[in-house]
Design a protein. Structure first.
Length: 983
């Protein structure tokens, strides 16, 4: 017997038999509701006790409003229901539906659902619970959508029925689920006509659309007479549009009724035609349906023994960016192997999607963290420090604090000068590439009322896959921090994103403002394209080695081996063109060394066959080192909750205000002493470095470069303002360490963590700098107006005053800011470099590294925007090489190469055009944006496939049997013939 029946019978155990029977009847009706909405969605709250009213709650998921958002109703059934004269009572439980508080208008509308003014008027003896609940759900959803239209256009969804647009070039394959339309009721309340329409541009999309509709709408699942119709039409510009309508009778309505209402069918068709031409928008439901079908695999056989053009090691921030860009060309095949999980399970998604989830849901305690640790640090009292890195699809972009900030022009230009190509690796090209990845949304009017939130539209991209915005919740003390920082030497900066980042400001986050969820490489670069036939992603498997062939001059990467566990089977996948390392600053040097690429004496000591003698592999490790001063919040200081049981808008806040401080601002009269110390220690530091001589030459080069940068105004310190974990903290982070560490394998076991030795504070100047940062943090907290928001200093406490006391505090409290880099540095080969300016490993013909390990020295910003930018540039470099080869083959063969549309520039320039997709079935793309610009050519339009706003956008669907469409077309022909004869 159903538990609900038992519970109701227990409540009436002392009642009469009639009352017990009545309880069972009610239970059966609630069980029916559970079968419609799901057993967990219908909950008995109270009654019946000796015939008293019964109260229950129904919660209905609403994907339009965001992840895990439910509309909740409480329903009370009158005594004697349904054989009574009283109507059921229904109430909207939600007080907040993001980003709005529910107002009286929608509450009253819901309460009227069962009254004569409702869509389903109450009639004695006829239960209509399910229909009343559905009606109330639609009322709330319509109210929410109307409210959404009041938000500035860049945040609001597309209109329900926009004017048709004429496509001037072959459209992207897309399914716009926002185009679904439903007719009005056409019969008694137990019968309803449903019509759903969607824009599709390929027959393969039909089954996906049908599956989504049939699986997502409980009412359609209960329909007794479904009829499905599809057709193809040609627009005046010659473009084929495959359209589809799904008609269903609801409950007992005979199919004949559809034919008796041909005008209604045609009306729905016209509505669908008006809507289906609109642009695609983010629709999480469809993305999830597709993800269920073709999500990242855990089956090693999907890749084993197969050959792909490009094999990417690591599905993190850079890896997925590169995979997505390469697979835009349908003639290119790409495989990605990620050691961690996909991160799409409910448990892991609850820690990833809400921005505050990484803080309060114990993110770093899950299997999404590699859980690396350093060796004991001699200059930190022998302390072993945590060294967390993201081990999940999306890498550290899935687990980080979402800070989206940028470094300075001079830092990037110096990088370009070091590697000998400022056009490719200077600021202008990196600035373009960072904007290419970005989809910026300005703050709402309410958030803009907060001081110090401003933007320069020209500094941001608006067509990229990664959503960037401000959080939906801002706290008063943030503005006070910026004012206090300005008084202590770091004035407010209005536009810190165009290459001048000195000063204080409210930082952006990688945040989707439509639903207040994290935007990261998986959600932006992979989820919308999971059904690309030419892109395969394998999770839960560790790449153990790159298979290399020695050559007379250059070694060649032929593929990789991978395993799920240490004692598991070894699998192999072949690379037809290139292997691309995107394992990050820890895993990339480890795998290179295991593959025979590293310093020869070191490899020999591990009994590894030397393929390429590359002394720099694993050396040059750098990081931002940080710690903070903390206060108890003042009595009236508002701080965020310390859990994620909040609305999405509250959970959107993680960290916000930031301040980059140059030397004269931060150290003031101590600045000259610091510079003299750094300059005087250079020779000693280089000679003492534990590294091969060629690596020491690179250290000398980067030492001098960084010294020149900070001497000329680049920030050596970062100050962050944090309100998390119930405390107020001003965190300081050293931006340019002069100490260098290393990451080296401990054994030939790929599952054993490498030896991570950052050698923190090996140079005394680093301790001097961070100590000064702590003093500045305390000074900011003691300066008005921030001072009025703070209580007593809790860490380190006022007892810490002298330099010796600060140094002791530093030993116990500082650690990584999670930005390791440099272990496969892009430097000249004779300076210990591992990769050249095209990101290719020296001594190899087809092995590249595209991740943070190539960054030659740390920069004054968090690394996320930088790594997105270098991954975009790396993708362009790889595609340029591909296009060059295809062009050569075309020239030598004297024929076409299969209709590739080529949109990437040579040497970092982007294409003068926007689309890469091919039209039809393999035909050449319309628009001829084929050839490459010269060095550093600037873009006229980002080479994007993404529609505005939303991590999910248009993409090419995967293949499924077209026979389904044939059947549907025959059905539509017969049905339409009948309709026309009926008219």
């Amino acid at each position: 017997m159903n538990a609900l029946v038992v519970r109701l019978q227990d409540r009436t155990s002392f009642a009469s038999d009639d009352q017990a029977d009545y309880a069972e009847e009610l239970a059966q009706e609630l069980i029916a509701l559970q079968s419609i909405y799901g057993s967990e969605q219908v909950e008995l709250k109270s009654g019946p006790n000796l015939g008293e009213p019964i109260t229950f709650q129904v919660q209905l998921p609403c994907e339009d409003m965001g992840h895990d958002i439910c509309i909740k109703f409480q329903i009370q059934l009158p005594k004697g229901y349904p054989n009574c004269h009283e109507a059921p009572q229904i109430e909207l439980v939600n007080r907040f539906l993001p980003p709005f508080h529910t107002d009286e208008s929608v509450r009253h509308a819901v309460q009227d659902t069962f009254s004569p003014h409702g869509a389903a008027p109450w009639t004695q003896g006829e239960p209509v619970l399910f229909q009343g609940i559905d009606t109330a759900y639609e009322l709330v959803l319509d109210w929410w959508k109307t409210k959404r239209r009041t938000i500035p256009p860049q945040q609001s969804p597309l209109p329900h029925a926009p004017k048709p647009t004429v496509t001037k070039s072959p459209p992207q394959r897309q399914i716009n689920l926002d185009t679904l339309v439903r007719s009005d009721l056409i019969s008694e309340r137990k019968s309803e006509f449903l019509g759903h329409a969607a824009h599709i541009t390929h027959p393969d999309d039909v089954p996906i659309f049908l599956a989504h509709i049939l699986e997502s709408d409980k009412r359609i699942q209960r329909a007794t007479h479904p009829a499905i119709h599809a057709w193809v039409c040609r627009t005046p510009d010659g473009v084929f549009h495959h359209a589809l309508l799904l008609f269903l009778s609801y409950l007992t309505l005979p199919l004949l009724m559809l034919f008796e209402k041909p005008f209604l069918l045609l009306l729905v068709a016209l509505l669908g035609s008006a809507v289906i031409s609109s642009e695609a928008s983010d629709h999480r439901g469809l993305v999830r349906e597709i993800r269920k079908r073709d999500a990242a695999s855990t089956n090693p056989s999907d890749l084993d023994g197969k050959t792909f053009d490009y094999v990417i090691v690591g599905g993190g921030l850079a890896g997925l960016t590169v995979a997505s860009r390469l697979s835009e060309n349908e003639n290119v095949t790409v495989a990605v192997i990620e050691a961690g999980p996909a991160g799409t399970s409910k448990d892991l998604a609850s820690r990833i999607d809400p921005p505050a989830g990484n803080l309060y849901n114990h993110m770093l305690e899950t299997n999404m963290n590699w859980k690396f640790k350093t060796v004991p640090q001699a200059n930190l009292g022998g302390a072993v420090k945590d060294f967390p890195r993201g081990k999940v699809l999306g890498g550290s972009s899935a687990v980080n604090g979402l800070y989206y900030v940028r470094h300075s022009t001079s830092e990037q230009d110096a990088w370009g000068e070091i590697i000998g190509d400022k056009n490719l690796w200077g600021w202008n090209n990196m600035y373009r590439a960072m904007k290419k990845s970005e989809n910026f949304t300005d703050a709402s009017d309410e958030i803009k009322k907060v001081e110090h939130i401003s933007s320069e539209p020209g500094s941001h991209g608006t067509k990229g896959p990664i959503q960037v915005s401000w959080p939906g919740e801002i706290y008063d003390s943030i503005g006070a921090f910026i004012k206090a920082a300005s008084k202590t030497g770091a004035p407010y900066v209005k536009d810190p994103y165009s290459g001048h980042n000195i000063g204080a400001y409210v930082a952006l986050e990688t945040l989707n403002p439509s639903n207040w969820t994290r935007s990261f490489s998986r959600s932006g670069y992979y989820d919308p394209y999971v059904y690309r036939k030419n892109l395969k992603v394998l999770t839960g498997h560790l790449v153990t080695k790159v298979e290399m062939e020695k050559g007379q001059k250059l070694a060649k990467a032929t593929g990789v081996t991978y395993q799920a566990k240490p004692d598991g089977q070894t699998y192999h996948v072949k690379a037809g063109r290139e292997v691309i390392m995107s394992g990050g600053a820890v895993n990339t040097p480890q795998i290179l060394q295991l593959s025979g690429i590293g310093e020869k004496n070191f490899l020999n000591s591990k009994k590894i066959d030397v393929v390429v003698d590359s002394p720099g592999v694993g050396h040059n490790l750098q990081d931002h080192v940080s710690g903070g001063v903390q206060w108890a919040p003042g009595q009236n200081t508002k701080i965020p909750p310390t859990n994620t049981n909040q609305s999405p808008i509250v959970n959107s806040y993680t960290n916000t205000a930031v301040c980059y401080v140059n030397g004269t601002q931060g150290l003031k009269d101590q600045w000259t002493n610091y510079l003299n110390q750094v300059k005087g220690n250079k020779t000693k530091a280089v000679n003492a470095l534990q590294a091969p001589d060629v690596v020491k030459k690179g250290y000398e080069l980067t030492y001098s470069t960084v010294l020149g940068l900070i001497e000329n105004g680049v920030a050596p310190l970062e100050m962050l303002y944090s309100l998390t974990f119930g405390q107020v903290m001003v965190q300081t982070a050293m931006q340019h360490s002069f100490s260098r560490g290393s990451i080296m394998i401990n054994s030939t076991d790929p599952f054993e963590h490498p030896i991570i030795d950052p050698r923190y504070f090996e140079q005394d100047s680093d301790r001097f700098m961070l100590r000064s940062g702590f003093k500045l943090a305390r000074n900011i907290g003691q300066t008005a107006p921030l001072k009025s928001f703070l209580g007593e200093e809790s860490v380190p406490g006022n007892s810490v005053q002298s330099d010796e006391q600060w140094d002791k505090f530093i030993e116990g409290r500082v650690g990584t800011e999670y930005h390791p880099s440099g272990t496969a540095a892009m430097l000249p080969k004779n300076k210990g470099g591992v990769v050249d300016k095209t990101m290719k490993v020296y001594g190899t013909s087809n092995l590249r590294v595209i991740d943070a390990s190539v960054v030659p020295y740390v920069v004054s910003s968090h690394f996320m925007s930088l790594v997105y930018g270098l991954a975009e540039i790396g993708s362009e470099i790889v595609l340029d090489a591909y296009n060059h080869d295809m062009q050569n083959k075309k020239s030598s063969n004297g024929g076409a190469t299969g209709g590739n549309s080529q949109g990437n520039s040579n040497k970092g320039g982007a294409a003068d055009g926007s689309s890469q997709n091919s039209s039809g079935k393999g035909g050449a793309a319309k628009g001829d944006n084929q050839n490459n610009s010269g060095k550093g050519g600037a873009t006229k339009g980002d080479n994007q496939n993404n529609s505005s706003k939303g991590d999910g956008s248009s993409a090419r669907a995967g293949a499924t049997p077209i026979s389904i469409l044939s059947t549907l077309t025959i059905t539509s022909f017969v049905t339409f013939a009948y309709l026309y004869s009926a008219i």
